[in-house]
Design a protein around this ligand. Structure first.
Ligand code: PHE
Length: 342
């Protein structure tokens, strides 16, 4: 019996189970009803009195070893199973990283900047939280002039000198105050106006401002620059039309229309059957503005324009509701990057 027990002990120590099934077979072999342990305990009754003590210890030891082995093998198998399920199942589908895409307004903004950079315009930016001087006063808005209401400004009650800029024209002032002509730059950015939100208006939107100041800059330069822009932005057969307008900081001032790029100028619902779509405001920099910024209007002249990025984006991508640009719906946002490649 002693010999048998030692044989079993050796077997138990060597035994490993690769599957739960193998382990169960092992358990039945030793601890099952008709298993080895029961068999040995049955034989134990026949053991001679003087050997009983020693045999009893050996038997109990064997029983303990069987129990330990089963438990440790069971733990090992359980650990492997979870590991396999969580990270080693090569048949599981891959979790793709969502790389995102450029916002349609940024795609168009970059395109506008790029078109002007090809004719020598560099880029500058200014703050969105501005003061009265850069937003209005330096731009020739008279102190109580109703033109200040024209842009539905967000003021704060504690300090009327602090405003959210209503246009990127404030950057014109910041640049002219610190840069000597020639100046040839674009200023992209977000602007704010207190407007009721609808499909066609929002309390914030985006502009790209353009400024060109040098000796002998004329209205013809303005017109030709904007014609170049319209053809590059839309199509080579795009026509432009300048209508007289008013801005305190330009004189003369104009509003620029392009021939409707949806109907080619024939007239459609989008252009309200006029064949023309308004896309920007522009004009010759007012001599008072040059003076306010320390530039001699007797020596220098310049032109400026302000393009609404949302307007252009609507035209290029045929987006009908402005609110979609700020709703963060990825189904909307991810359509544009590839559409632009056409
Ligand atoms: N700042 C004007 C606006 O927001 C646009 C503009 C810019 C007009 C530059 C003339 C020159 O409406």
């Amino acid at each position: 019996m002693k010999e048998k027990i030692n044989q079993y002990l050796a077997e138990i120590e060597k035994f490993t189970a690769n599957t739960a099934e193998e382990l169960e077979q092992f358990r039945i072999r030793y601890s099952g009803k008709k298993g080895i342990l029961n068999e040995l305990f049955a034989d134990f009754r026949l053991v001679a009195a003087e050997e009983r003590r020693e045999m009893g210890v050996l038997l109990n030891d064997l029983k303990g070893k069987v129990q330990q082995r089963i438990e440790s093998l069971r733990e090992g198998l359980a650990g492997e199973e979870t590991a396999a399920a969580s990270s080693h199942d090569l048949t599981l589908p891959v979790n793709f990283m969502d790389a995102g895409s450029q916002h349609p307004l940024m795609i168009v903004r970059n395109r506008i900047i790029d078109i002007f950079s090809r004719i020598g315009f560099t880029v500058a930016e200014g703050p969105e939280i501005e003061d009265d001087w850069h937003t209005f006063s330096a731009l020739n808005f008279a102190p109580e002039h109703p033109a200040r209401d024209m842009q539905d400004t967000f003021f704060i009650s504690e300090n009327p000198d602090v405003v959210l800029r209503t246009h990127t024209s404030s950057v014109q002032v910041r640049v002219m105050e610190t840069t000597k002509p020639p100046i040839r730059m674009t200023f992209p950015g977000r602007v704010y106006r207190n407007e009721a939100i609808s499909a066609r208006a929002h309390c914030f939107f985006h502009q790209v401002e353009g400024l060109y100041v040098d000796k002998n800059v004329s209205f013809a330069d303005l017109r030709q620059t904007l014609l170049y822009f319209a053809k590059e932005m839309f199509s080579p057969d795009t026509r432009i039309r300048l209508r007289p307008s008013y801005f305190p900081f330009t004189e003369p001032s104009a509003e620029m229309d392009i021939s409707c790029n949806l109907c080619g100028g024939k007239g459609c619902g989008f252009c309200k059957y006029t064949g023309w779509v308004e896309i920007l405001g522009c004009g010759m920099v007012h001599p008072n503005v040059l003076k306010n910024c320390g530039i001699d209007p007797g020596v220098y002249s310049g032109f400026a324009f302000g393009i609404g990025i949302e307007r252009i984006t609507n035209l290029v991508f045929n987006v009908k509701d402005l609110r979609m640009f700020s709703e963060n719906d990825v189904r909307f946002l991810q359509q544009f990057e590839s559409a632009w490649q056409q």
